[in-house]
Design a protein around this ligand. Structure first.
Ligand code: DX5
Ligand code: ZN
Length: 224
């Protein structure tokens, strides 16, 4: 299981050193939540901030765009140093054009689905993306409760990928911590975003190691 700490829960006055701390603590990817106060009722940071903190780690930057018109800003996030860009299937941009734009900039494209959006919404795009991000909370804020009824979407997406011969990673985001990571792993998720669980822990390295261990145990036991 890969763990992607969500910087939404970091100390924003020290974002660079927070990224270094996550790097040292065993984070696999850095998850950066971009919100525009339009697509979601919250406002965070944009490409200039991501560009400013890019040099603090070599780990992949997983940029989650919760914005109404992602297509317009792909170049900005590419220039800022994104490695993965995920955007919402519910956004207003032309989905195929946005995927192509991300791909043309040499970045991994991914689609995100909100809790009320069925897994089938991403089926038409599975052969052209590298990642599907399943929201396990309503997007907008950290620290919300995990929605376990979202997990069957992972198997649905996996089944369709197998049918198409598509190679796609599945990521889950929202409310993931010690109490919820095992079931998430068992559902077939490859990458877990964790904000509160990692940043509010006393020892981030220990928290990440524990999350990985819980995910592994459950993966093994699911075959018995
Ligand atoms: C919510 C964001 C998440 C969030 C996760 O809109 O996409 O990445 O920050 O935070 P926790 O792990 O606290 O739910
Ligand atoms: Zn996110």
């Amino acid at each position: 299981m890969k763990i992607a700490p969500s910087l939404l829960s970091c100390d924003f006055a020290a974002m660079g050193s927070e990224i270094q701390r996550m790097d040292r603590s065993g984070a696999d990817w850095m998850h950066l939540d971009v919100m525009d106060a339009h697509f979601v009722p919250n406002l965070t940071f944009g490409a200039p901030v991501i560009k400013a903190v890019r040099a603090y780690t070599d780990k992949p930057f997983d940029v989650h765009l919760m914005i109404s018109d992602p297509l317009k800003y792909i170049d900005d996030f590419a220039d800022a140093g994104a490695d993965i860009i995920t955007f919402h299937v519910e956004s207003d941009s032309d989905i195929k054009k946005t995927i192509k734009k991300i791909r043309d900039r040499g970045i991994m494209p991914g689609l995100v689905i909100k809790p009320n959006t069925p897994a089938s919404a991403v089926f038409p795009y599975l052969e052209s993306i590298d990642l599907v991000l399943i929201m396990t909370v309503e997007p907008g804020f950290g620290g919300q409760s995990f929605m376990s009824d979202m997990l069957p979407k992972a198997a649905e997406i996996r089944r369709e990928c197998e049918r198409l011969g598509a190679d796609v990673l599945i990521e889950a985001d929202g409310g993931i911590g010690e109490a919820t990571i095992a079931q998430t792993a068992r559902a077939g998720v490859d990458v877990c975003v964790a904000g509160t669980a990692v940043f509010k822990a006393e020892d981030a390295a220990k928290a990440i190691a524990e999350l990985k261990e819980l995910a592994e145990c459950r993966q093994e036991s699911s075959f018995t």
